[in-house]
Design a protein around this ligand. Structure first.
Ligand code: ATP
Ligand code: MG
Length: 420
């Protein structure tokens, strides 16, 4: 146990962390272009926030939360997602008094007690974007375009953007009655969870993973056919905005986010993965959430995408990752005096932005050069007492093996390395 991390967690090791940094950089870049500002909220919140803000009939709240009492006896939960926290912060900090809408993004770790499998972990990372304070379909379309453009930029292919409308509480009420009528003859065959859903939130039966329930709902009426004029109009606008941006989408009437405060547009981005879970992004409008949390009714829309699933999908598709940075220069040294000299030279080169490295294990020159090779140094040099005395040094280009004799000064070395 001592040297084994808990199930469902992952270490990102130094030889892979550049992949994460690259993706995080791309995310920060695109969010800047879209004018979304980062929001950082706590890793834990009051349990009640997620019960209200994610919904107590969802899998997340029913089965997956890491909840505990702190030493003061408060019920605390490690965040399973970011939307509820962003909405809480919007209300608590009066973001509604700033320029509206509030366009927010976050890069966070989330915690869900799930069965561990490829692309499904107990600690995982999400990139999420939320826009609070606008009911416009243009926000829904903008959010989808952001996610799709990000995927395109990092080189993913064959992604499907599936969209749907789940209407508003008004039209959904009528639909739920229709759906219950349809399901009634098969009520006894539904799984236990769906039996509970039948009264609490029948729309979620559409989303059940059990094969029996799937078969039962196969010919069920779909909400999209029953939505009211206002919701229909909103959906039509989202579609024409996507058309206008040239973003391809499919209508999937079976996507549901079955809570009262999820409204109108919902969407998912699916990758054609063989070995891992294929939903890489999920989002939609949640016009009822802010009100549910006790503030005045405020429309909002957002999405969250899983970073691990993004990386897995890139790997499965063979999308190349950028290479990690390699040191520009390794300075080997012979003897104590040269070692001192090397350390100060490395320091001064680093000040100038050169990625420089020297020996820290008192190795032989041969072993130092082996190390330089291992870390992929682009240039190497060996400093001994005579180099220091003569003020000359030979710099070796490790890619083509060429050497160059220069003055042993920081500026001349930097010039060679920077190719000037
Ligand atoms: P799923 O149907 O796969 O359980 P979800 O509906 O629970 O997904 P959301 O709550 O919409 O997922 O979260 C948004 C994204 O976060 C998902 O599309 C996925 O990429 C990622 N995600 C969700 N749960 C996990 C997890 N346990 N491990 C890794 N990534 C996850
Ligand atoms: Mg889930």
């Amino acid at each position: 146990m001592l040297t084994q991390a808990p199930k469902g967690t992952n270490d990102v090791l130094p030889d892979r962390v550049h992949i994460w940094q690259y993706l995080e950089d791309e995310i920060r870049k695109i969010c800047k272009e879209y004018n979304y500002k980062e929001i950082r909220t706590p890793v834990f919140e009051h349990t009640e926030l997620f019960e209200r803000g994610v919904g107590d009939t969802t899998d997340v709240v029913e089965k997956e939360m890491y909840t505990f009492n702190d030493k003061g006896g408060r019920s605390i939960t490690l965040r399973p997602e970011g939307t509820a926290s962003a909405s809480r912060s919007y209300i608590e900090n009066g973001l509604f008094n700033t320029a509206q809408p509030s366009k927010l993004f976050y890069l966070i770790r989330c915690y869900r007690y799930e069965k561990n499998q490829a692309g499904r972990y107990r600690e995982f990372n999400q990139f999420g974007a939320e826009v609070i304070g606008s009911q416009s379909p243009s926000i829904d379309a903008e959010l989808m375009s952001l996610a799709m453009l990000l995927y395109e930029r990092v080189g993913l292919k064959n992604l499907k953007l599936n969209i749907n409308s789940i209407g508003c509480p008004k039209c959904r009420k009528e639909y739920n009655e229709k759906l219950k009528e349809f399901l009634m003859p098969n009520y006894d065959k539904l799984c236990d969870t769906c039996k509970t859903r039948f009264n609490k939130n029948p729309m979620r039966i559409i989303d059940c993973k059990s094969s029996v329930c799937k078969e039962i709902v196969k010919d069920a009426p779909v909400l999209l056919d029953c939505i009211c004029d206002e919701c229909h109009d909103h959906f039509e606008k989202v579609k024409s905005l996507l058309d206008g941006m040239g973003i391809k989408y499919y209508i999937d009437p079976y996507i549901v986010r079955g809570l009262d405060y999820y409204t109108k547009t919902v969407f998912e981005i699916i990758a054609d993965n063989k070995n891992s879970n294929s939903t890489i992004c999920g989002g939609g409008r949640y016009d009822g959430l802010v009100e549910q949390l006790g503030h005045k009714s405020t429309p909002a829309s957002g999405f969250a995408l899983g970073m691990e699933r993004l990386i897995l999908t890139m790997e499965e598709q063979g999308v190349p990752f950028p290479e990690d940075n390699k040191p520009d220069l390794f300075i080997a040294s012979i003897g104590d005096n040269a070692s001192l000299f090397a350390q100060s030279l490395v320091y001064n080169l680093r000040k100038d932005g050169v990625i420089a490295e020297n020996d820290h294990l008192g190795r032989s020159v041969k072993a130092q050069m082996k190390y330089a090779d291992k870390i992929g140094a682009k240039y190497t040099m060996v400093i001994g007492d005579s180099e220091i005395e003569n003020g000359k040094i030979s710099v070796k280009n490790m890619q083509n093996g060429e050497t160059k004799e220069i003055n042993l000064t920081k500026d001349e070395i930097a010039k060679v390395i920077k190719g000037e």
